[in-house]
Design a protein around this ligand. Structure first.
Ligand SMILES: *Cc1c(COP(=O)(O)O)cnc(C)c1O
Length: 354
């Protein structure tokens, strides 16, 4: 494919690693490509980072036709930059696109775009401990008409942001509130798709939890309010006795790439992993009888995030004395080790950037 590159005339100064935060600073360029139902994908281009101009009737502004991805490029000790399982993000983006009637991007085309764009922006990958270059691909319906129908025009964009260490102050287990009113998704809906609308619908519960001093909510299923689904915008895992339990992918749960990677690492080390239904009653019993040893969320941003306390119907349950557990720590060390190139990637997950 041809990607037309227009370089920025003046390059920005790279920010100090200590001030990065998450998603606040952006690189010099962005990737854009348009789609039309007759022409297919066209006009692939890398342009200077700038505001996007949209028609006021653009589909995305009215009907929420938008999907996105999130993945990182990491700087190794030898200076090279590498990505973690980008093919999985491409596949998931295409599954999300299918659900929202947005166009899919052929895998080899999507990979070539990642490689070209990240290669051009790789100097923006910071090198301080725990920092990385976060990539945010997104794709939206862009018809210039208010008619409600499957889109005929769409736009794909990738922006990149150098991000700070999630754990600059050390890994502190988080407090989670179990949400029994709002739901994030239902089977048959868009829960398995990474779409902006899912986030809009989950803000209210997040706000309520924050007001009570909790950092995230634990979502229950939308039908019975009984089975555990996810924690905030992360998948969730529990160590009950010797078994690692994570909710099975039922259609309302986002199939996380960190989740998938945790399962593969755990199985390779001989752990028993079950993807199954886990009810709040089973969890409450395990909390009360002491068999719940560890709990953690998993996602690209934090890798793993240990849960130190669960609150359900105003009763507080501490987990592992509010400390990170050994399995959580093992997963963190293994995944971050592979991502930053400190340990050998025996799984074939790494894509080196030239
Ligand atoms: C992105 C996301 C995750 C985590 O997925 P990763 O691929 O591991 O980053 C989990 N839950 C939701 C709702 C998400 O949007």
């Amino acid at each position: 494919m041809e990607i037309k590159i227009t370089k920025a005339e003046v390059l920005k100064e790279k920010p100090d690693s200590a001030t990065l935060g998450f998603g606040k600073k952006f690189t010099d360029h962005m990737f854009m490509m348009d789609w039309n139902s007759e022409k297919g994908w066209y006009n692939a281009r890398i342009v200077p980072f700038e505001n996007i101009s949209l028609h006021p009737a653009s589909t995305v502004l009215h009907y929420g036709s938008e999907i996105f991805e999130g993945l990182k490029a990491y700087r190794r000790a030898d200076g090279k930059v590498q990505m973690f399982r980008p093919i999985e993000n491409i596949r998931r983006m295409n599954r999300s696109a299918e659900r929202l009637c947005l166009p899919q991007i052929p895998e080899d085309m999507a990979m070539e775009i990642f490689e070209t764009f990240v290669s051009l922006e790789q100097d923006w990958t910071p090198s301080a401990e725990g920092t990385s270059l976060y990539l945010r691909p997104f794709l939206f319906g862009n018809d210039e008409s208010l008619g409600v129908h499957a889109v005929h025009n769409a736009t794909y964009v990738i922006i990149a942001s150098p991000v700070g260490s999630y754990y600059a102050e050390g890994i502190n287990p988080v407090k989670i509130m179990i949400e029994d009113e709002d739901v994030r998704a239902v089977r048959g809906g868009t829960g398995y798709a990474k779409c902006g609308g899912n986030y809009a619908a989950s803000n209210r519960a997040g706000e309520r939890a924050a007001q009570k001093g909790y950092s995230q909510v634990l979502w229950l299923d939308g039908v019975e309010r009984k089975y555990i689904e996810e924690v905030g915008a992360m998948n969730v895992m529990f160590k009950i006795g010797d078994e690692i339990v994570t909710p099975m992918l039922s259609g309302s749960i986002l199939p996380g790439i960190t989740r998938m990677s945790c399962i593969e690492v755990l199985k390779s080390k001989g752990y028993k992993v079950s993807e199954r239904l886990l009810s709040i009653d089973e969890l409450a019993e395990a909390l009360q009888n002491g068999t719940l040893k560890e709990a953690w969320g998993c996602g690209t941003a934090a890798v793993v995030s240990p849960i130190g306390e669960l609150c359900y119907k105003d009763v507080k349950y501490p987990i592992n004395n509010g400390e990170i557990g050994e399995t959580t720590q093992m997963l963190y060390d293994t995944l971050t080790g592979i991502q930053w190139g400190r340990i050998e990637d025996t799984f074939g997950w790494i894509k080196e950037i030239k």
